[in-house]
Design a protein around this ligand. Structure first.
Ligand SMILES: NC(=O)c1ccc[n+]([C@@H]2O[C@H](COP(=O)([O-])OP(=O)(O)OC[C@H]3O[C@@H](n4cnc5c(N)ncnc54)[C@H](O)[C@@H]3O)[C@@H](O)[C@H]2O)c1
Length: 430
């Protein structure tokens, strides 16, 4: 039986580990969060995924019961049993500061238990140059080994979208490059167990940068749609209709605007590029602009709501807002960098009260409530920022529970405008 270790059991690492177990590979899943590892041992995770009619929790249980998945906080246990190590530990960003030490610590830990012949495959999203300039020297100094002679090192970008991870680990074409030919070959073998479309690149730097620009290109395209929306909203012109008409041009493909761009993938990618571009003195103004446009969306939406409240003699200070979803995107349990969280902060900073409800997100904040009814009861404003399938928004229920002259900002166009207006709502959408 083939044994591998996966370091980091988050939104990528856990479903990736379990996908390998579906192919009969035994996976030692290592995470430094011991409490989380214990929960995994009891088949519990906050991650929302499913595959072929089974939830990730069911797949987790089956893999553990078959002794194919071993969640552990002990890197020694994992490293002693494997020759192939996959790294999915992230590089956090706080404000604009890139905290590479989290990733570096993982490299030190792996390096200390590295054995001759092992391969380390990095699948985290990283600033350009990380594989060769950061991981390689740390692994060498922690192990006392020489890369390309005693151990192997490669980088492969991770392209999955949360919610579709099991499927995309197997079907999304994946790029890889090692620091040498042997590393590339070993990494390809490991990837090919679950994914048949493995694309070989000439260097880890090519794959690192292509991953970042894939995400940043989405930031730019979403930024364009968001900038358009800010313009058309101010004119009172239907943004989605403008986009629909523009997209009838055969070579135009505008994306839909939203309340901002959350999660780690897209915002962090541009910041990892800036981390490197600043060091080499190259400016990337377009990517900076896209970041600014997308970051400012919650503020823009706040002002739109504020000015519409003013038309009916209400002030944000006196109103309660029901926010129906706090995750960073549709049907997600991930609230990292969530525009809805930013919107909550802006409303509260301006003296308003927010009650948010999102059964998918386990985040304990004073503004959290635990039912849709509780969120809507006595609210003046309802915001539907994303589509959460298990938050059944219904205009009649809103009308019944909310105060008089309610305002609805429906970012997803889930509720029919006419029904909302007939129920006495001021209806705003993107
Ligand atoms: N979430 C996505 O959809 C997605 C998609 C593509 C790429 N990525 C990239 O994949 C990486 C992982 O993302 P994620 O969303 O799974 O992150 P996450 O925060 O959900 O999970 C990371 C896990 O790593 C653990 N960890 C931290 N240091 C560790 C160490 N030294 N040893 C072992 N475990 C350690 C943390 O406790 C955490 O559980 C990031 O680089 C991210 O940018 C994520």
């Amino acid at each position: 039986m083939r044994n591998i270790a996966v370091f980091g059991l988050g939104f990528v690492g856990l479903p990736l580990s379990l996908t390998y177990t579906l192919y009969g590979v035994k996976v030692y899943g290592v995470d430094i969060n011991e409490e989380y590892v214990n929960r995994l041992k009891h088949f519990e995770t906050h991650i929302l995924e499913n595959y072929k009619g089974k939830t990730i929790q069911e797949i987790l249980r089956e893999s553990i019961e078959k002794d194919l998945f071993i969640p552990t906080a002990s890197h020694e246990e994992a490293m002693a049993n494997v020759n192939e190590v996959v790294v999915t530990v992230g590089i956090p960003i706080v404000g604009n500061t890139v905290h590479t030490e989290v990733f570096e610590d993982a490299m030190k830990t792996i390096g200390r238990s590295l054995k001759k012949g092992d391969i380390v495959l990095i699948r985290s999203t990283v600033p350009p140059g990380t594989t060769r300039e950061v991981a390689l020297p740390i692994l060498e100094s922690a192990s006392g080994f020489k890369c390309s002679r005693d151990f192997y090192l490669a980088y492969s970008s991770e392209r999955i979208a949360e919610g579709n991870a099991f499927d995309e680990f197997q079907t999304m074409p994946i790029a890889v490059a090692g620091v040498d030919e042997a590393s590339t070959k070993k990494a390809k073998e490991l990837l090919k167990i679950i994914n048949k479309e493995v694309i070989e690149a000439s260097s880890p730097e090519v794959v690192e940068i292509s991953k970042l620009i894939e995400n940043s290109s989405r930031d730019v395209n979403i930024g364009l749609a968001n900038e358009l929306a800010t313009f058309t909203e101010s004119l009172g012109v239907d943004t989605l209709e403008v986009i629909m008409i523009a997209n009838t041009h055969k070579r135009v493909k505008l994306l839909n605007p939203g309340i901002g761009v959350g999660g780690h993938c897209i915002p962090y990618s541009s910041k990892y590029l800036f981390y490197k571009s600043d060091r080499i003195g190259v400016s990337m103004p377009l990517l900076h602009s896209a970041r600014e446009v997308n970051d400012s969306r919650p503020e823009v939406i706040f002002h739109l709501i504020e000015s519409n409240l003013a038309h009916i003699g209400k002030s944000i200070k006196d109103v309660t807002t029901a926010l129906l979803g706090i995750a960073m995107k549709d049907n997600s349990s991930d609230a990292s960098e969530s525009p809805s969280l930013k919107l909550t902060e802006i409303i509260e900073k301006n003296g308003g009260k927010v009650k948010w409800f999102d059964p998918n997100v386990n985040l304990n904040l004073p503004s959290r409530v635990f039912s849709l009814e509780e969120a809507l009861a006595g609210a003046d404003v309802a915001i539907v920022p994303i589509f959460q399938g298990n938050v059944p928004v219904n205009i009649k229920q809103m009308q019944k529970l909310m105060k008089n002259s309610p305002l609805l900002f429906d970012a997803k166009g889930i509720i029919d405008r006419k029904s909302a207006v007939d129920c006495g709502f001021i209806y705003l959408t993107i």
